[in-house]
Design a protein around this ligand. Structure first.
Ligand SMILES: NC(=O)c1ccc[n+]([C@@H]2O[C@H](COP(=O)([O-])OP(=O)(O)OC[C@H]3O[C@@H](n4cnc5c(N)ncnc54)[C@H](OP(=O)(O)O)[C@@H]3O)[C@@H](O)[C@H]2O)c1
Length: 316
């Protein structure tokens, strides 16, 4: 079985063991697998997977067709079109996961495109709705709004009835942010008099968080998901106290199976109708065959991406 691996900080494709599903698991013949910032970090040796996962294997999300199931698996059957998240190894011809964590791919949705949906969808839905408590009319700031997670987060916030501000690198790509559903497009140096925000989805880290903290509404919540622009900062506790603000952080990867399964159910119930009808879309920057994974990783590291970068493994 062919799989993307990272060895000595270089990405390549190698032959790995053929995975077999355990009792409650399903084996998925992967059609496409998205690339995420965490893969890049892992490949560079900065973000090892949780204990028990092979640090050489890459890939956190996939879509494909179930081709084998364990004896106690009830959630899916051979032949089902599915997508999901995993703590590693999704960029491969086959991936084995707990069947309860799989989400069906609606018939209207292309399996290649679906491979770029789960990581952003699970992350954004969990952060905005389950952790952030987003309700209709909330003012939401999404930093890194044109990236993989951000572009889905802007759409989800809009669908949920929020007033959405999208923070982008510069104003050259405003039209894309408005097309996602943003009401307002901001750059970092415009943040100081924006808001106040009920929810900040912090995908960039310290550089924007430093300013966003001062723009929080009363009872505002900040959910920190990414730290690409810096992982630490000094901020005024009095500012936070004054608005009774909450700052929380979250990661998805190391969560136990039952939490991922719960999230899969919420994604299936809350987001699939919008995905199927096209009001929620995965924006694809480009696709690369699995064998060209190294080139795709290189492209991911360039600024100015427009949505997801996907590795295609087989035709659907
Ligand atoms: N906690 C979790 O469970 C979880 C899950 C998924 C992702 N994440 C993290 O969330 C972050 C976003 O992930 P992603 O997949 O959306 O990454 P991505 O696709 O690379 O998107 C990042 C976006 O931020 C923009 N950006 C970067 N630096 C900026 C700056 N200084 N000012 C303005 N915009 C800037 C990028 O623009 P350019 O293209 O112009 O650089 C890009 O649009 C990453 O740090 C990732 O590790 C966390």
């Amino acid at each position: 079985v062919q799989a993307v691996i990272a060895r000595d900080h270089a990405v390549s494709v190698a032959t790995v063991a053929d995975p077999k599903p355990g009792r409650h698991e399903a084996r998925v013949a992967v059609v496409s697998a998205g690339i995420n910032a965490a893969d890049i970090l892992q490949a560079r040796g900065h973000y090892p997977p949780p204990p028990g996962w092979d640090p050489e294997r890459l890939g956190l999300e996939f879509a494909g067709i179930v081709d084998a199931v364990g004896p106690a698996t009830t959630e899916v059957r051979v032949g089902d079109r599915v997508m999901g998240i995993t703590a590693g190894g999704a960029q491969a011809e086959y991936v084995v996961v707990d069947a309860a964590t799989l989400v069906p791919v609606p018939p209207e949705v292309d399996l290649v495109v679906a491979g770029g949906f789960p990581e952003a969808a699970f992350t954004a839905l969990d952060a905005l709705i389950l952790q952030g408590g987003l309700v209709i009319g909330d003012r939401v700031l999404v930093t890194g709004a044109l990236g993989g997670v951000g572009s889905v987060a802007v759409q989800i916030a809009r669908i949920a009835g929020a007033r959405v501000s999208a923070l982008v690198r510069d104003h050259t790509r405003d039209a894309e942010a408005y097309a996602l559903g943003a009401h307002e497009v901001l750059t970092l140096n415009e943040l100081h008099d924006a808001g106040p925000f009920d929810i900040v989805l912090e995908l960039l880290g310290a550089a924007s968080l430093e300013h966003a903290l001062g723009r929080l509404a009363t009872n505002g919540r900040i959910i920190v998901i990414g730290t690409g622009s810096g992982g630490s900062l000094e901020f005024s506790l009095r500012t936070l106290m004054g608005v009774r603000g909450i700052v929380r952080g979250s990661t998805l990867r190391a969560r136990p199976i039952h939490e991922k399964a719960h999230l899969a159910n919420v994604v299936a119930h809350r987001l699939l109708p919008a995905l199927a009808e096209g009001s929620l879309r995965v924006h694809v920057h480009g696709t690369w065959p699995l064998a060209q994974a190294a080139a795709a990783y290189e492209a991911f590291s360039q600024a100015g991406k427009r949505g997801k970068l996907l590795l295609t493994v087989r035709s659907a």
